[in-house]
Ligand binder design. Structure first.
Ligand SMILES: [Zn+2]
Length: 97
């Protein structure tokens, strides 16, 4: 009768897996906590002030007015185009070389 080899192996493997599981569970929760992008978001949106810019004492509008809604309705800047948030009018910006 050959003696079963499974019994002694099972006893040795059991406590080793238990120790590794405890170590893995504690590590990620501590490292992921301080990684929050708080610096990228700044709260400096002061109402209508973000639509204007003063250069050399001269007031410059950063956003154009909507052609449909008239003065007072600024259009959002999307890089290559301006879009009105009130009526959805979109005007493409013609880049000068
Ligand atoms: Zn509009």
């Amino acid at each position: 009768m050959p003696e079963p080899d499974e019994k002694p192996e099972t006893k040795e493997a059991a406590p080793q897996e238990g120790e590794e599981t405890v170590g893995i569970t504690e590590t990620p929760s501590v490292e992921e906590a301080p990684t929050k992008p708080e610096k990228t978001k700044e709260k400096d949106e002061g109402g209508a002030y973000r639509y204007y810019k003063i250069e050399d004492g001269k007031l410059t509008r950063l956003r154009p007015f909507c052609e449909r809604c008239g003065p007072g309705y600024f259009m959002a800047n999307h890089g290559d185009r301006h879009t009105c948030g009130n009526c959805g009018f979109t005007r493409y910006i013609q880049k000068k070389p």
